[in-house]
Design a protein around this ligand. Structure first.
Ligand SMILES: NC(=O)c1ccc[n+]([C@@H]2O[C@H](COP(=O)([O-])OP(=O)(O)OC[C@H]3O[C@@H](n4cnc5c(N)ncnc54)[C@H](O)[C@@H]3O)[C@@H](O)[C@H]2O)c1
Length: 318
């Protein structure tokens, strides 16, 4: 295995996101030192890793040796300072709460080696508000994943106002080495890129259900069997580019006014997100409740995305 930029990383927080990050770093060959303020939670994360990798072996996604190497790279630590021993990079995935993140970052800044990069998974907070006033602000950065990062590669990168250009570059290069896809924000904006785009689609999808234009299954089919099939390979702008033989410029010469009219018709109000709407969506989309059903649906999602990623890797854009 090629030498990585950082051999040893620290995971702080081992919930849904932290446990998935453990897998990202460990499968790439990093020694992963894991800390959670609740040791039982850290143990559950490692148990999840053992079970999920076992499933991947059974279904032929990885071999037993890869699984063994991944698991052997992970150690649990009851003490934060101990978890930071030898680490050049840390990924924080604690609770999404400014006071909690500030306290965790302050502790990490003290525990980490002076040149270690401190990266946060925050999905909505400004990294500058979390870490901008710390002595080590220049080595602090956000690396916001899409859940779960061991399956979905995109990671949004944003520094504090004091983060050095070299730290930003190192975070991007390391994420690339790990098999993630870093995308860089130039400044903070609510929702960053991913959740901002997602919110625009979610808002319209819910408003279409609430106003009775179509049933929920047909609205989701428009995405699953229409827009997202193209988006998975060519993105929004690529789809625009291919909608006209003359490319994106010609497309919008023809359709800009149509888009302006449609955009003018979109309502500004947020959906009500009422319980009855959720019940309707569940029913019309055939969603099953219960932990087992949701876990099975999630596992199917993960495996389908892995297959799609394999196709994308095998057939790069010409
Ligand atoms: N869940 C998602 O879909 C998602 C997606 C992207 C990013 N994120 C972000 O990732 C972060 C973690 O989210 P999650 O869904 O995994 O949360 P979670 O509640 O599942 O996990 C948080 C973990 O942090 C631990 N923790 C609490 N205080 C701590 C401390 N002082 N030191 C160490 N560990 C501590 C908890 O014990 C828990 O295991 C959040 O910032 C969230 O916004 C979440």
């Amino acid at each position: 295995m090629a030498k990585l930029m950082f051999n040893t990383v620290t995971i702080v927080g081992t919930g849904v996101i932290g446990r998935s990050w453990i897998r990202v770093f460990a499968r790439a060959g990093c020694k992963v030192r894991v800390f959670d303020q609740d040791p039982a939670q850290a143990k559950r994360a490692v148990d999840w890793l053992a079970a999920d990798t076992a499933l991947d072996v059974r279904e032929g996604f990885i071999d037993e040796q890869t699984r063994a190497h991944t698991l052997a790279n992970v150690t649990l630590h009851a003490d934060l300072a101990e978890a930071f021993r030898g680490a050049g990079f840390a990924q924080e995935s604690g609770p999404e709460n400014l006071a909690a993140k500030r306290a965790i970052y302050s502790a990490m800044d003290k525990a980490a080696a002076p040149d270690a990069i401190l990266s946060s998974s925050t999905s909505a907070l400004d990294i500058d508000a979390i870490a901008g006033d710390l002595p080590g602000a220049a080595r602090c950065i956000m690396a916001h994943p899409c859940n779960p990062p061991h399956i979905v590669p995109v990671v949004e990168i944003l520094g504090t106002k004091k983060t050095s250009a070299s730290v930003r570059q190192a975070a991007c290069d390391f994420m690339t080495e790990l098999g993630q896809k870093p995308v860089v924000l130039n400044f903070f904006v609510t929702g960053f890129l991913l959740n901002r785009i997602q919110a625009a689609v979610v808002r319209e999808a819910f408003l279409l259900v609430e106003s009775g234009v179509a049933n929920a299954e047909d609205i989701d089919s428009t995405i699953k069997d229409g827009l997202a099939l193209r988006w998975a390979f060519i993105g929004c702008f690529g789809a625009n580019h291919l909608n006209s033989d003359g490319g994106i410029k010609t497309y919008f010469e023809r359709y800009a006014q149509t888009y302006r009219d449609m955009i003018a018709d979109l309502k500004n109000d947020a959906p009500a997100f009422a319980p009855e709407t959720m019940a309707q969506i569940q029913r019309e989309c055939g969603f099953k409740l219960g932990a087992e059903n949701i876990r099975a649906f999630g596992q199917w999602r993960d495996r389908m995305i892995l297959r799609l990623k394999a196709i994308k890797a095998k057939h790069p854009r010409p």
